[in-house]
Design a protein around this ligand. Structure first.
Ligand code: GLN
Length: 316
């Protein structure tokens, strides 16, 4: 087994969980009712190792939307379909140093990276461009389901409708990028592209299934539950690189420094964390800090690397 002292490891997870649970800081996102309704007390942690050992504690079977955690998955699928060279004709690899939905492009008039809204909207527009919107959505959903080893992956239509209703900034980003010819040729139907983006934000998982997705990344693109290879190792490498530098909003640099692991957070309070060749984990708790990251999630990650040498540079 990749983690030999499994029982002790799970005991530590429990301890860190109960420690973080008493932290009552942060605010649940309230820009749409579907998020505002989540209890601030929800807190779940799920772990899945690359050899398929599982552990869960807390609210790990309650569905929540991927929101920005869909961004690395869309990016992975773009890399698979088009390769990194073509994908990066449209989107950069640099942290933006700005808030995730800032109306800003880099010096080449491209979105900074695929982990912020502008970049994710462009990446979404690249996926299966010859197909209908229905087929494109099906294609992404099926792939996410396979990454999750067939575990809970759904769709919240209410979230999708609310997202679309309150999407002025995302529309502004779309028009701004169309003005600057950021989209691939022929991709001019902004309404469709944004619908597709909102739909991917509205894909539902739970802590358990999200941990399997993270573990698929930890395992180089092979689902540890089913053994199915979903994406190439090189695509995962590219994706983890950008999760490491850009995955935690404007806290990405500090998270890389303190935790030293590739991760992606979403406004629903989820953080998917990848410990390459060891395990994937999902921490979910809705209250967010000022950066938009789950308060308990960040605390959990910090404490985890304090106890175990999971930081990327712990072994120098
Ligand atoms: N749906 C949100 C948006 O695009 C997702 C943002 C997030 O998770 N930070 O604005």
């Amino acid at each position: 087994f990749i983690i030999p002292e499994w029982r002790e490891f799970c005991d530590s997870i429990d301890e860190i969980y109960w420690q973080a649970r008493s932290n009552k800081e942060g605010k649940v996102a309230s820009y749409i009712p579907q998020l505002a309704r989540y209890s601030p007390d929800y807190f779940g942690v799920s772990v899945c190792t690359v050899d398929g050992q599982r552990y869960s504690i807390g609210n790990t079977d309650i569905p929540f939307c991927l929101q920005s955690c869909s961004k690395p998955l869309s990016y992975l699928l773009a890399l698979e379909e088009l390769g990194p060279d073509i994908t990066h004709q449209y989107v950069g690899q640099e942290p933006s140093g700005r808030i995730f939905n800032e109306l800003v492009l880099d010096h080449n008039r491209k979105p900074h990276n695929p982990m912020i809204n502008a970049g994710a909207i462009i990446v979404t527009s690249l996926l299966k461009r010859q197909s209908s919107l229905a087929d494109r959505f099906d294609y992404v959903l099926k792939n996410i389901q396979r990454m999750a080893g067939g575990e809970m992956v759904g769709f919240s239509n209410a979230t999708f409708l609310s997202e679309r209703e309150t999407a002025d900034r995302n529309y502004a980003l779309g028009y701004y990028m169309r003005e600057h010819k950021c989209f691939p040729e022929g991709a001019t139907n902004l309404v469709e592209i944004l619908d597709f983006y909102f739909q991917l934000c509205s894909v539902e998982v739970n802590c358990d299934s999200a941990a399997v997705i993270a573990a698929t990344l930890a395992h180089g693109g092979k689902c540890p539950i089913t053994g199915e290879r979903l994406v190439k190792n090189s695509s995962v490498r590219d994706c983890l690189s950008l999760m490491y530098s850009c995955g935690m909003y404007d806290y990405s640099g500090q998270f890389a420094f303190r935790v030293g692991l590739p991760a992606k957070s979403g406004v629903s309070g989820a953080i998917m964390v990848v410990i390459p060749n060891v395990l994937g984990l999902c921490v979910w708790s809705p209250p967010l800090d000022l950066y938009g990251n789950s308060v308990r999630g960040v605390q959990f990650c910090k404490e985890l690397v304090q106890r175990f040498n999971f930081h990327n540079f712990d072994n120098v």
